[in-house]
Design a protein around this ligand. Structure first.
Ligand code: 5GP
Ligand code: MN
Length: 335
């Protein structure tokens, strides 16, 4: 694995470049990808962002969004772009399995891969790497990438807006422990470069549909199960409920945090019966390793305080298994 700085000569001449990110991209995945997209365009390259799946409506305003190729909607085009690519950037994921079918397409390409990520234990599929698990967001690493190549003057309003969005969403609006003084300095420089901070907060957090808010209310009043013995809050949602509230991509974002916001609760889970799989979303406070549970029991992973996984079992089976896992962690949860 080579350092990303060795890419500098390769980026001196125009290249055909693909940027991709994880399944159901979040604010950091899209913000990082589109920031890098705008930067590489400025450098004279031909660039395409390909996402493995669709992503939340509250990210559709990001500059460059109209040019994104969604693999599930435009498979042929995406495959052609990957085939023609001379360089492939993989952002905000550490394992080609995280990008589903698109992973196989990318694995089949001989173009060098560049991994830029902050998740633990990256798989070896890349030739160049900018990786730091302490980074608060992949967007922080994209900032480092651009400045490290000596191009900070190229950070314009579009790039600043995308990077601000990535850092804001992955730090829970600058509140997680990963939000260091250095991160705040980066944020200040992004505002200087044109990021409209207040407007970005509004576009991300204050654009819910009425049905999304009603669904949240339903989850909190009817579905939240508090397990005091395990200091855990759990919300499990069935397929029928998703349909009843017309839940779309992005509508479930953030719900798990409400369960974690209860006094004395250390661990929270949102378990959703999606059509393909049952998806689990974990959050924890302090030292409790949410990612360990995701990895060990639910084919997943993530960060210590924000992790996730999945299961092919029926929803009630998954909930049952989740509760039995809690028993194993009872002591740690009550420390
Ligand atoms: P979320 O709960 O927002 O979907 O995911 C939180 C974090 O958990 C993500 O940033 C990612 O690191 C991790 N994560 C979520 N789902 C999965 C999964 O299925 N596999 C892996 N390896 N990580 C996941
Ligand atoms: Mn991220």
């Amino acid at each position: 694995m080579e350092s990303y700085t060795l890419l500098k000569p390769a980026l001196m001449t125009p290249r055909r470049i693909v940027i991709t990110t994880h399944h159901k991209p979040d604010g950091d995945a899209m913000g990082s990808s589109l920031a890098l997209y705008h930067y590489l365009l400025q450098k004279g390259h031909t660039v395409h962002v390909i996402t493995p799946s669709d992503y939340p409506y509250f990210l559709h305003w990001l500059p460059g969004n109209a040019e994104v190729v969604v693999f599930t909607a435009q498979q042929q085009k995406a495959k052609e772009l990957v085939k023609e690519a001379e360089l492939i950037f993989c952002l905000d994921f550490n394992n080609l399995k995280r990008i589903n079918e698109l992973g196989e397409v990318i694995a089949g390409s001989s173009a060098p891969k560049v991994l830029i990520d902050h998740h633990l234990e990256p798989e070896n599929f890349d030739q160049f790497r900018l990786w730091n698990s302490k980074a608060c967001a992949t967007a922080e690493l994209i900032y480092e990438f651009i400045t490290g190549l000596g191009d900070s003057p190229l950070i314009d309003k579009a790039i600043a807006t995308c990077l601000y969005t990535g850092i804001m969403t992955d730090t829970g609006s600058f509140r997680f422990p990963s939000t260091t003084a250095a991160v705040h300095r980066i944020i200040a420089s992004l505002i200087d470069a044109g990021a409209e901070n207040s407007r970005i907060h509004e576009l991300i957090y204050d654009t819910s549909s009425e049905s999304r808010l009603r669904f949240l209310g339903y989850c909190l009043s009817e579905k939240l199960e508090v397990l005091p013995a395990y200091r855990t809050g759990l919300i499990a949602v069935s397929r029928e409920e998703l349909e009843r509230f017309q839940v779309t991509t992005g509508d479930t974002e953030g719900i798990v945090n409400y369960a974690l916001s209860i006094y004395n609760i250390k661990f929270a889970a949102l378990i959703i019966d999606r059509s393909e799989v049952v998806k689990l979303s974990f959050r924890s406070k302090g030292e409790f390793p949410a990612n360990e549970i995701a990895k060990k029991y639910f084919e997943g992973g993530g960060h210590r305080n924000a992790a996730g996984g999945q299961s092919k079992d029926a929803l009630d089976e998954v909930v049952k298994k989740f509760k039995s896992v809690l028993e194993e962690y009872k002591e740690l949860l009550n420390q």
